[in-house]
Design a protein around this ligand. Structure first.
Ligand SMILES: Nc1ncnc2c1ncn2[C@@H]1O[C@H](COP(=O)(O)OP(=O)(O)O)[C@@H](O)[C@H]1O
Ligand SMILES: CC(=O)N[C@@H](CCC(=O)OP(=O)(O)O)C(=O)O
Length: 256
């Protein structure tokens, strides 16, 4: 599951209770989370300037210090605490811990700086944490191959890579909108299912823009592998996880 920074504050208790219930039924959740708004807020308080290029935060060492502090500290531990309040066990870590996420500079690193693309995921470590009965909660900070360099990784990209490497059936992307929306006859509608070809068209004509672009790109990358579908849902919806797993037609399903 990818849990977006846009929706974290709005997640109801039922979101975490569902996760606990699903774990009892043998359906394990692995969480990769974002925290973009909280990073921007702390950067602002500290007077550190940063911008975005095509949805990726321009990242230097000073920005990366804040990204790591906010994601691996504040946000990661907040999610761990909320899961634990349901009685379930959770273990928080970032891509740095146990070389969980290995990364290399993105193609446009001359523009965005220390932003990484995932090259490797330590799936055995995630599996081991799951086998011990913990829900892994992963912050998207990665390490270079030599282990010396940190990278800021977009959380959608990191979640897609984790889903692919784990070979899971489904990735759920939890955000602040009820799915991929399109204006039809002047009215905004949620599309129940979209294909890869339709997504490319929607990006080209501007129907999909901004923060939705890395989500659909990550979805496309992972459903070309073992993952069969990616579902985009609104985290504020009560019991959204059990609704997704019961196939109640909630959100947008992205299929091949
Ligand atoms: N076609 C679309 N349907 C729904 N949301 C869209 C679409 N295109 C762009 N968006 C935007 O994507 C946002 C979600 O991305 P983002 O703000 O990065 O959230 P997160 O923090 O969950 O990753 C929505 O709030 C919306 O403004
Ligand atoms: C490279 C890059 O842009 N990294 C993101 C990581 C957090 C993230 O992706 O959070 P959301 O899912 O809430 O957007 C950032 O610095 O904001």
């Amino acid at each position: 599951m990818k849990c977006g920074g846009s929706t974290l504050a709005a997640l109801p208790a039922s979101f975490f209770e569902d996760m606990c219930q699903l774990q009892e039924e043998g359906i394990v959740t692995v969480i990769v989370h974002g925290g973009g708004p909280a990073i921007s807020e702390t950067l602002g308080k500290l007077g550190i300037e940063s911008g975005f290029v095509n949805g990726l935060r321009v990242t230097n060492e000073a920005v990366l210090d804040v990204v790591e502090m906010v994601l691996s500290g504040q946000i990661n531990k907040e999610i761990v605490r909320r899961i634990q309040l349901t009685g379930a066990a959770a273990l928080g870590l970032s891509g740095v811990d146990g070389h969980l996420i290995e990364a290399k500079p993105v193609a446009n690193s001359d523009e965005v700086g220390l932003v990484g693309d995932v090259t490797k995921v330590n799936a055995e470590l995630i599996q081991g944490i799951v086998n011990m009965g913990y829900i892994p909660v992963i912050a998207p900070v990665g390490l270079g191959e030599d282990g010396g360099q940190r990278y800021n990784i977009n959380a959608d990209t990191a979640a897609g890579a984790v889903a692919s490497h784990l070979g899971v059936e489904q990735m759920v992307v939890v955000t602040d909108v009820p799915g991929i929306m399109k204006t039809v006859d002047g009215e905004k509608q949620v599309l129940p299912v979209v294909s890869v070809a339709e997504i490319e068209e929607m990006i080209a004509n501007g129907d999909i823009y901004g923060g939705m672009i890395p989500k659909v790109r990550a979805a496309i990358a992972c459903i070309q592998g073992k993952v069969q579908e990616v579902v985009i849902v609104n985290g504020a919806e009560p019991n959204v996880l059990s609704k997704v797993l019961k196939g109640t037609g909630i959100g947008t399903r992205i299929v091949r």
